[in-house]
Design a protein around this ligand. Structure first.
Ligand SMILES: NC(=O)c1ccc[n+]([C@@H]2O[C@H](COP(=O)([O-])OP(=O)(O)OC[C@H]3O[C@@H](n4cnc5c(N)ncnc54)[C@H](O)[C@@H]3O)[C@@H](O)[C@H]2O)c1
Length: 309
């Protein structure tokens, strides 16, 4: 089966491609390589990469010809990044998603699987967060991911197409690189590998639901293979840990790690935990939990990446 993966050269996209490739799918990746890497696709010689922007509707529609499913992961990612350029964030994440839907319509595609984000919830009003939790995003990124999701779900109500929105919590794992707006795991790993100290903002008792990117890839493929499935689903691990517990996992690998504590940063959610029962019931999602071995595995990957430079 031929499928289109937008953003397939990125962190999560390349892990989705890896799993799809192992299952024999015919894969077209559509990516402008703004934050993705061609080398992420090097292990999959059968995968065709089309370099293009989701804002270029005609090129996107052309790339989607003869595809049966679209996995839409391409996005401008991150709350802080979106504060700097909310218009571009919206053009890529909202208009880009509308273009994906038009591409689906034009090419008579059967299913669109949208990568949504827990950022659309804003500050949690209760925990664990289920799919009925209000969406009160507090960043342009959260707003754009929410609007993209609404367009996708609305499209599914109007047309004869399955639409699935997967709301990822804090994803970590292979191919996740440190950047200016990066997540805590690549930041800690990069600094500690460089023998630098790490900083915890606040008292470290804030919690996060870290989900392994391999589980996120499985969720994408399970939803693709479940006939007629539509709806929005939380994709976390279903368990949260404190940042202090995460630090302890890193200390297992780096016993001499130096940890500084700084005042909390404004706008950061204190607690985040996904209720994942709906995904479990609807498509048998059964994620793993973060542990020291997984942190070790990530550090080994990051080390090998750094050695290649
Ligand atoms: N990483 C997380 O923890 C997380 C959490 C929630 C949701 N998500 C969502 O998952 C998806 C993938 O995120 P990621 O973490 O892999 O980020 P990423 O930046 O590694 O991947 C995004 C990919 O999209 C491509 N891209 C960006 N703008 C594009 C454009 N205009 N046209 C075509 N391609 C473009 C990039 O080159 C990159 O390959 C995004 O939709 C994001 O909103 C990620």
């Amino acid at each position: 089966m031929r499928v289109l993966v937008t953003g397939g050269a990125g962190f999560i996209g390349s892990n989705v491609v890896k799993l799809l490739d192992s299952k024999g799918y015919d894969i077209i990746v559509y990516d402008n390589l703004s934050t993705g890497y061609e080398k992420n696709l090097a292990p999959y010689p059968h995968v065709q990469l089309i370099k293009g922007d989701v804002r270029d509707k005609d090129k996107l529609c052309e790339a989607g010809r003869k595809c049966e499913i679209i996995f839409h992961l391409a996005a401008s990612v991150g709350n802080i990044k979106s504060l700097k350029n909310p218009r571009e964030d919206s053009e890529i994440n909202v208009t880009g998603t509308l273009n994906v839907l038009e591409c689906a319509s034009k090419n008579k595609i059967k299913k669109v699987i949208y990568s949504s984000s827990a950022a659309l919830f804003g500050e949690p009003q209760y925990s664990p967060i289920d799919e009925k939790h209000p969406s009160e995003p507090d960043s342009p990124y959260g707003v754009s991911k929410m609007a993209g999701e609404k367009h996708v779900l609305c499209f599914g109500q109007i047309y004869d197409i399955s639409v699935v929105s997967l709301r990822y919590f804090n994803v970590y794992g292979t191919n996740q690189r440190y950047d200016a707006y990066g997540n805590v795991i690549p930041i800690f790993a990069t600094l500690l590998l460089d023998s630098k100290s790490i900083t915890v903002y606040g008292d470290g008792n804030q919690t996060r639901d870290f989900v392994d990117v391999e589980d996120v890839a499985v969720a994408n493929v399970l939803t693709a293979e479940k006939k007629g499935l539509s709806g929005k689903f939380n994709i976390g691990s279903g368990k949260s840990i404190t940042i202090n517990e995460l630090v302890d996992m890193f200390k297992h690998v780096f016993p001499a790690a130096k940890v500084n504590y700084s005042p909390p940063r404004r706008g950061e959610v204190i607690h985040s935990l996904a209720k994942i029962d709906l995904a479990k019931q609807n498509f048998g999602y059964n994620p793993t939990k973060i542990n020291t071995k997984k942190i070790e595995k990530y550090i080994i990957w990051l080390k090998s990446e750094t050695a290649k430079k």
